[in-house]
Design a protein around this ligand. Structure first.
Ligand code: TTP
Ligand code: MG
Length: 579
């Protein structure tokens, strides 16, 4: 199991923990033995000196056992905590390396459960292995051995019973594993619905869907409860079965012991000690049901964690390929590009070819769902095209180092997502080493500088609930500033000016000219598209029209229709007349 290899650095500490565990165990195992000696040699012969001498030794041994137990807990805790720390860190780094293809197979909520809940399961399994789990089988084995040493004729019954018990336990572990895997999967579902609800709270309230969502949550919550109850209840069978077997063997020992005491074949001290050993075995067995459930959970969780650890790093994310030493010129060429999302059959982009020269501005129009965002995502290699090729500066992007390629692209996604932190921290995400002046300049170009200065803490204002709340348009402009601060060769604006008024948008587009980058703008607005060097119209994944504003106005019915819908007939005439 992969997830346990992270215990390796803690081998020494684990040995120390196990050493104290063994010390505690040995001391405990000798106590009934000493007790039998005290009874046989001291109490039966009324030898008070013998009784008090061994009595004191027993007390001292108890103190030793106690201290050993405390030290064992101390080291076991240390190992378990360090282990889960490293495991979480490794998993987090691994998840960061996933491509979107991987994400489409592993839902976010499941990843979250694995990084939190499943790691906790393993953490407590490690702790319990070092503290309790190891102890129980050792007490069982040790007690059997000590009982046999003391009086094998009386203890023989144990040999008959134990193999059956072990077979039973083995069967329970197997059963438990399946049940607990089911439990963890249900935790996933609860997490995913919870997450969806928290993210979409506004929507749920606005659509008055609270009752529906409550019912939905209750339903899956109930499922989780049921699955957990079934698993735990099944595990609970273990204990009564164990107790039945062990109490039966105590009866057998007492029965035979009784007759043998009468014939002087054995003595009372031995019987007391053996019954003592058997009850220790019983009490260890009684934690077995707990151990089995811990083990089953551990197996289930470790399988889920291994699944993440063993996912092959995607080719795209490996950062192999040619290094880009210089700034790219920004010539973009799509050559018969086709694309479908990894978990679907539908072709989202179909045979798309176009060319953008360095420093050109290309506008992309198209109805909703036509594939515009998908097309953008192929350029920084967030996804890989299925057919055809994308060349930048005449080089196939599949041969480029993806990290360096992304470093030269300023991508403003359709949903302007900002992170917790200050405004400045968010802008610096675009380029960590940007100076204050560069930050201000990018913000000025993105038409957001003045707005930021009007906040109480300016650039240091925190974003979100405890800081400033931003409007949609403000977020868009911050996202644009974050993209241009890195002085990209290629700028991708996915409907990023939709919330801006015409005047602000015009100033922004004008300011972008300073960056001398190839700019691709997805837009719904003719005003934005009008000034572009080229306009592409995408429909159902296909490039249906291509040209400048003027040429399309003459040649394309579709473009004319869009234009008409936004400007009205008279204006259309005016513009045509003016041309
Ligand atoms: P998009 O590329 O998102 O379409 P769009 O950007 O043109 O639409 P809009 O104007 O509304 O922003 O989607 C094209 C198809 O791809 C659509 O059927 C949804 C699907 N799709 C996925 O399956 N997974 C994804 O991550 C995205 C973004 C889209
Ligand atoms: Mg889109």
């Amino acid at each position: 199991m992969n997830s346990f290899k992270f215990l390796k650095p803690y081998r020494m500490t684990m040995f120390v923990a196990i050493f104290f565990l063994l010390l505690e165990l040995v001391v405990e195992l000798f106590q009934p033995y000493i007790l039998s000696k005290i009874i046989n040699n001291g109490i039966v012969h009324k030898d008070l000196a013998y009784v008090s001498k061994w009595g004191i030794i027993m007390i001292v041994l108890s103190v030793v056992a106690f201290l050993a137990g405390v030290l064992n807990t101390f080291y076991a805790t240390h190992v378990a905590q360090s282990y889960s720390f490293v495991l979480r860190k490794t998993l987090f780094e691994k998840v960061q390396s996933f491509s979107f293809t991987t994400f489409s197979f592993l839902p976010t909520s499941s990843i979250i459960t694995r990084l939190t809940n499943d790691v906790s399961q393993l953490q407590s399994a490690v702790f319990m292995s070092l503290r309790i789990i190891l102890r129980a089988p050792l007490i069982v084995t040790g007690s059997v051995i000590m009982a046999l040493i003391l009086n094998w004729k009386l203890s023989f019954i144990l040999f008959l019973i134990l193999p059956f018990l072990f077979m039973f336990l083995n069967w329970m572990v197997k059963k438990g594993r399946g049940l607990f895997k089911n439990v963890q999967e249900n935790v996933d579902v609860v997490n995913s619905v919870l997450r969806e609800n928290l993210v979409g709270m506004k929507l749920i309230k606005a659509f008055v869907r609270n009752d529906y969502e409550n019912k939905r949550f209750q339903h899956i919550n109930k499922n989780l409860k049921q699955k957990t109850s079934v698993a735990l209840r099944t595990m609970e069978i273990t204990m009564p079965v164990m107790l039945l077997f062990m109490n039966a063997s105590i009866l057998v020992v007492l029965w035979f012991g009784n007759s043998k005491v009468h014939t002087h074949e054995t003595n009372i001290g031995d019987i007391v000690a053996i019954v003592n050993y058997i009850s220790r075995i019983t009490s260890s067995f009684s934690v077995f049901s707990f151990i089995i459930s811990a083990f089953s959970r551990m197996r289930a969780s470790s399988e889920r964690i291994d699944e993440i650890l063993t996912i092959e790093e995607d080719l795209i994310e490996k950062n192999e390929g040619n290094n880009l030493r210089n700034r790219l010129e920004g010539k973009i060429q799509f050559h018969q590009v086709s694309f479908r999302y990894p978990n679907s059959d539908k072709e989202v982009l179909n045979n798309i070819s176009f060319l953008a020269y360095p420093e050109q501005t290309i506008a992309i129009l198209g109805s909703t769902g036509s594939g515009k965002t998908s097309l953008f995502q192929l350029i920084p290699r967030l996804y890989e095209a299925d057919g055809g090729s994308i060349l930048i500066d005449d080089q196939d992007i599949r041969k480029m180092n993806s990290k360096q390629l992304r470093g030269q692209i300023g991508y403003v996604p359709q949903e302007a997502l900002l992170f917790t932190g200050t405004i400045k921290e968010n802008l610096l995400m675009g380029r960590e080493d940007a100076t204050d002046e560069e930050v201000y300049l990018a913000a000025k170009h993105a038409q957001i500088h003045e707005t930021i200065l009007s906040f109480p803490n300016g650039y240091e204002s925190k974003i979100g609930q405890k800081g400033v709340n931003l409007s949609g348009g403000q977020k868009q402009r911050l996202a644009i500033a974050r993209a241009i601060i890195r002085k990209p060769s290629i700028l991708l604006l996915d409907d990023s000016t939709s919330a801006l008024d015409l005047k602000t948008e015009a100033s922004l587009i004008e300011a972008l000219k300073n960056y001398k980058c190839t700019t691709l703008i997805i837009t719904q607005k003719i005003t934005t598209a009008k000034n572009a060097d080229k306009i592409l119209i995408i429909d159902e994944g296909q490039l249906v029209e291509e040209g400048t504003h003027d040429s399309l106005l003459n040649s394309s019915k579709l473009y004319k229709a869009i234009y008409y819908s936004q400007y009205g007939k008279e204006e259309l005439m005016d513009v045509k007349g003016a041309n």
